[in-house]
Every structure is written in structure tokens, then in C-alpha cells.
Design a protein around this ligand. Structure first.
Ligand code: FES
Length: 337
């Protein structure tokens, strides 16, 4: 039977007849980043260390001749020709390897959308090579002001074929970078990014029910993780609970409703902390969660929001039986303004 060995972990994945390397990895529970699944975006690029494969038809812009010579291939189209293929994948324990961050990547703002009174969304497209990232990671932006320091913003989308990035920026009182982004950066302008950073990516090969808890623009990395999981056909139940002060602070509800229509395993709830509305929960997530999930001992849990929100959620999910190894959290500390 043909197999793929992941180096350096030595873990092995069988390949069924006709399957690409990407399909085999996914069936084996390994979530290699991918996007177009058609040899056009380069997202699934991996170095093959041993063995032969048929690359199939892929575009030069996704895999250059130089990269081919160095042994790289696009796994969405690659099919093994030899019985054993060894690929460079992950760390010694097969955990995903992060992409090395790059600096000074120019992106053009193609859309600027006011999502709530405090959150504005920027949709960006790359001028040069697109950023490669794992869902849940963030980028750094520095305002062009004397003495300005980099500020961090989570990516709110899964990797896309055209390289689009989505940022959701909360306006913070006294925050120079967020004020600059909200007031001065407009459609057609250029932003220079560095990244990707962060390891809020969980374990892409975990096969457990998933619970995501988010408040404010903490929703951004949760949207990225959820979009990626649903796109790759994650089968376990995925529930997202989003907390906002009032109805006007809720955003992305159209997208969440769409996902829940499209994917029977996806559900979401909104809870409002400062107003009551029909069809919405009322109260902070730590207060409403025990009523929704009395037992969290089997869930992978992702939490993103302010430090206080994250700490309070961690306390309640631990009290509901959450396992430490399945807990992932991203605190938006005050420097992320
Ligand atoms: S996912 Fe393989 S090239 Fe796009």
C-alpha cells in the first residue's frame, strides 16, 4: 500500500488509490493549509524529501521552476508514484510547523466596512507575494508616525486563493494605530504588514466537538479558524458563542447564519450583556455557558477576547470539565490597539 511519511515525526498515512497527497493527509487527520485545491494558489506547498510523485497540471505562479528543482510540490494535485513518499511536515511530534514571518509586505485596502460603532473591517489584497498563515494567527501593522510601535491584529479569514486578508480593528480610546486606521486609511490606500505571528491554531488534527467563545473583535481569529475547519469538511459539531454589549455591537451574523445553513454541524449563539432581545441570550458567556454546555470534558475549546473575558471564560470551562490539552486561548492585551 502506498504511504506518506511525515518528516521529522515519522508518522505514516496510507494513500488510497487515486487520492492526492492532500486528500490522504486529510483522511489521516492532518490539516495541511490549502485553498484552491487546483494547483493555482500555492497554499499547499510542501517539500518532498524522498520518493516520486506526479505533480499534475499546476500553475507556474503557484509553483516556480526553482521550487520544483528544490523538491517542492503542491500537495492538492500531487499523487504518489513510488510506494513511499517522505514529506517535510510539522515538528518532531507532528504538530504543525508555523510559516516564518516576513516583514514589510504591502497590501492594498480594497474594502473598508464599518461593522459596529467601534469595529471597522479592512479587506486587503497583496501587491506582491501573499502572506501564508495558519487560521487563528495575526499580523503586525505600524502607523507611519514618529515613535509608533507595531500593533497586532488577528486575521479574520481562512487563507484564500487570491491572497485576501480580512482585519477587524477595534477603535481603542487613545490608541494611535487604531485611530489612524479608522480615520485616515481608506480604500485604495496601502498598508504594510509583518507576520504571521501567534500560535492560536489549536491542533488541526484533533477530532473532537469544538466550542468557540468570542467577545468583540476577538471574533476575528475565531472566524478564521471556523471558516478553515468548515471548508475542510470538519465533521464534529462546532458551536460558536459570541458576546456583545448590545445588538449594534454584534457583527458577522449574516456570515454565521450562512454557515449554519450550509453546514449541519455548525451552530452559533449571540449573547447580549447590556440589553435583552428576542432570539438572543442575555448575560456574559461565563454566566450563560453552564446552561448550554453542562459538560465540556470532550470539547476542544477556543477563547478569544480581552484579558478579563478570556480569564473568566477559562475559569468557567475548567469548572465544566474542560481538559487543559484541548484549551486554546488568545488574549487581546492592551497593546493590541
Ligand atoms: S491548494 Fe494547492 S495550489 Fe491551491
Amino acid at each position: 500500500m502506498t504511504s506518506i511519511t511525515l518528516s521529522p515525526s515519522g508518522q505514516c498515512v496510507p494513500v488510497a488509490d487515486g487520492d492526492t497527497v492532500l486528500m490522504a493527509l486529510e483522511k489521516g487527520g492532518y490539516a495541511l493549509p490549502n485553498n484552491c485545491r487546483a494547483g493555482a494558489c500555492g497554499e499547499c506547498k510542501v517539500r518532498v524529501l524522498e520518493g516520486q510523485f506526479d505533480q499534475g497540471f499546476v500553475m507556474d505562479m503557484a509553483l516556480s521552476q526553482d521550487e520544483r528543482k528544490q523538491g517542492f510540490g503542491l500537495m492538492c494535485m500531487a499523487k504518489p508514484l513510488s510506494e513511499k513518499l517522505v514529506i517535510d511536515w510539522g515538528m518532531a511530534d507532528a504538530a504543525p510547523k508555523l510559516f516564518p514571518p516576513r516583514e514589510g509586505m504591502p497590501y492594498v485596502v480594497v474594502e473598508k466596512i464599518v461593522r459596529t460603532p467601534r469595529i471597522t473591517e479592512f479587506q486587503l489584497m497583496p501587491v506582491g507575494t501573499a502572506l501564508r498563515f495558519w487560521p487563528g494567527q495575526y499580523v503586525a501593522i505600524t502607523a507611519p508616525r514618529p515613535g509608533a510601535t507595531p500593533r497586532h491584529y488577528s486575521l479574520a479569514n481562512a487563507p484564500r486563493a487570491d491572497g485576501t486578508l480580512v482585519l477587524q480593528v477595534t477603535r481603542v480610546d487613545g490608541g494611535a494605530t487604531s485611530a489612524w486606521l479608522h480615520e485616515e486609511v481608506d480604500v485604495g490606500g496601502t498598508l504594510t504588514l509583518s507576520g504571521p505571528y501567534g500560535a492560536f491554531i489549536g491542533d488541526p488534527k484533533a477530532e473532537t466537538p469544538v466550542l468557540c467563545l468570542a467577545a468583540g473583535s476577538g471574533l476575528a481569529p475565531i472566524l478564521s479558524l471556523t471558516e478553515a475547519a468548515l471548508k475542510r469538511g470538519y465533521r464534529q459539531p462546532v458551536t460558536l458563542v459570541f458576546s456583545a454589549r448590545a445588538e449594534e455591537d454584534l457583527y458577522a451574523s449574516g456570515r454565521l447564519a450562512y454557515w449554519s445553513r450550509l453546514h449541519r454541524n455548525f451552530r452559533w449563539h449571540a449573547t447580549l450583556t447590556r440589553e435583552s432581545r428576542e432570539g438572543r441570550l442575555h448575560g456574559r458567556i461565563p454566566d450563560v455557558l453552564p446552561g448550554l454546555f453542562p459538560d465540556l470534558s470532550k470539547h476542544s475549546i477556543f477563547i478569544a477576547g480581552s484579558t478579563g473575558f478570556t480569564e473568566d471564560c477559562l475559569a468557567v470551562v475548567r469548572a465544566l470539565g474542560a481538559q487543559e490539552g484541548l484549551l486554546h486561548h488568545e488574549k487581546f492585551v492592551s497593546q493590541r490597539v
